[in-house]
Write a protein that binds this ligand. Sequence first.
Ligand SMILES: COc1nc2nc(N)nc(N)c2nc1C
Length: 308
Amino acid sequence: AEEKAVELRRLLEKYGYHYYVLDDPIVPDSEYDEKLKELVDIEEAYPELQTEDSPTVRIGGVPLDSFKKVQHEIPMMSLGNAFNEQDLRDFDRRVQQNLDEPAEYICELKIDGLAVSLTYEEGRFVRGATRGDGTTGEDITKNLRTVGSIPLRLDNQVNIEVRGEVFMPEKSFERLNEEKEKNGEEPFANPRNAAAGSLRQLDPKIAANRNLDIFLYAIADDKGRGLPSHLESLEYMKELGFKTNPESRYCRSIEEVIAYVNEWEDARTNLAYETDGIVIKVNSLAQQQKLGFTAKSPRWATAYKFPA
Ligand SMILES: COc1nc2nc(N)nc(N)c2nc1C
């Protein structure tokens, strides 16, 4: 039974990675469900085989009676905002005047979801927390384990903390609200509230049925990995098996940043998820360190907000 369980687990992890992270399924859903059911039955017969990184945790276990508090060793910062082209040029000027070499940028879509931090020890997902007030968040690990695009176990046994945005795709949001209206329940105002509301449930089975997704956008810990740029950090996270947003773009100048912002201000309506802006970051990690932080935000990044 143990070898069967191990074999099923590896299969389900591979199927899950292709389906949830690559959005490119390699088996029909029925095959995934059948294998998952097989593993559930084995784990029920041999409880000692139930581990926290088994794909069966995606279904959601027993409800918690409360969320534990989590201290963020590295605070989860907020971002300064830019509302128009002039603000972006001002940001660029402030950046360039404090550097010897010209800064280049990475632009990323700002996903309209909930910021979370994921901690992995020897490659195992051990803790997931909300941002909270930036230093104290809530432990929502059990709920995050039900999010298919969050790997429960990495092939590379690294210790790493990564940060990203959990969101509810628009189609799932519409389906959820139809159901709520059918049951005479109050619908969610927007996908962001629906994602936040789903993660705040003490019963992980609820989060498991909400089709939540995630894009990771930063390595939080400052363990010197020798990665020289943010672009390489994104590529490193992707290699580890994390889901990163494919629309991120390297911009050599603020002109290219402005072009990217204008492009997505219109094109964002074609995306499968909601965004509320664009995050612009200095690409070089050495230049990020040189620029540092204000009390609550990095000087090397800004969030351009789309008009509401
Ligand atoms: C470096 O800090 C950040 N980076 C970010 N990147 C993206 N794409 N989206 C965010 N919401 C975000 N938020 C913060 C605080």
